[in-house]
Design a protein around this ligand. Structure first.
Ligand SMILES: [Zn+2]
Ligand SMILES: [Zn+2]
Length: 295
């Protein structure tokens, strides 16, 4: 996949595609009537697809982002992973197909050892997949995939998922393979509020989807970009902010966060990126309604 790079002031953001699947509307937005999707399917044809059995679906990308700022090299999220790094999730969500983040990183001119920070927008199974490397799925020989990186996540997500009950919400384990080892390695920095990563990059809490969801705010040379993880699930939600994504843990707070981030993005004319939709966008207004416009 060709790399798409966005320049925001002095910051460069490159999309690193890891994987892609079709997830049916009925599983992702069960309360939204099928007809309500039609105008968005016409407006954003690339955002939708069908499953092998013909069900109308979101075309769900799993994107990571390489962010270069002030000599630093950051990775935003670590995707689905592969059959050794995140075996249950690659099987259950990824259709058994390995993600390609590491080769995409290489094609962009970087090695895993160049990454100094892995910023995890939240600790869901599809955002942490490449955290930990092992030679086989059942091997105890584990190490951080990004050997020189600090991994940054919100303490509230650690608290929410670091129990057998909560990590079983999805019906399979990912925590023991992808997140728990980070603490043993001593590479995990749990944060609780707004935190500066560089003079141009600040992480800010954007809760609702999970209690510890965070977004990366890029602010450089008078330009802004918001890297928002799972605050939105596809471009339709920029307009339909009260549509509830099935896996939002606190739907009401997720809606408040979504509308707040749109207000800021519109005021600041910020570029926006969301993990599960390819590329970058901006918020535009038409007939009083807000829409995603691809950049
Ligand atoms: Zn999520
Ligand atoms: Zn996600």
């Amino acid at each position: 996949m060709p790399h798409s790079t966005l320049t925001v002031g002095n910051v460069e953001i490159t999309v690193l595609h890891d994987s892609e699947v079709a997830l049916p509307f009925i599983r992702t937005f069960p309360d939204v009537p099928r007809d309500a999707w039609t105008p968005y399917m016409e407006r954003y044809p690339d955002a939708y697809t069908k499953t092998a059995t013909g069900e109308d679906s979101l075309r769900v990308h799993f994107e990571c982002y390489l962010v270069r700022s002030q000599g630093r090299v950051l990775l935003v999220d670590s995707g689905l992973g592969n059959a050794n790094s995140n075996p249950n999730v690659v099987e259950m969500i990824g259709g058994g197909i390995d993600g390609v983040l590491l080769s995409e990183l290489e094609k962009a001119g970087f090695k895993a050892s160049d990454v100094d920070t892995v910023f995890l927008t939240h600790l869901h199974p599809d955002h942490v997949g490449w955290n930990v490397a092992r030679p086989a799925a059942d091997s105890a020989d584990e190490s951080p995939t990004f050997p020189n990186a600090r991994y940054v996540a919100h303490e509230a997500d650690w608290a929410a998922f670091d129990t057998p009950r909560d990590s079983e919400i999805f019906g399979y384990d990912w925590w023991a393979q992808t997140v728990a080892p980070l603490r043993r390695f001593g590479v995990l920095d749990l944060i609780t509020g707004e935190t500066e990563l560089t003079g141009e990059l600040t992480v800010t809490p954007t809760p609702g989807h999970t209690p510890g969801s965070m977004s990366l705010i890029v602010n450089s040379g008078g330009e802004k970009a918001f890297m928002m993880g799972d605050v939105f699930h596809g471009p339709a939600q920029v307009t339909e902010t009260d549509w509830v994504f099935h896996y939002d843990m606190d739907p009401e707070t997720a809606g408040v966060t979504r509308r707040g981030m749109l207000d800021h993005a519109e005021q600041d004319n910020a570029a926006i990126a969301i993990c599960h939709h390819s590329g970058f966008g901006r918020v535009v207004r038409e007939s009083g309604k807000r829409y995603w416009q691809a950049l």
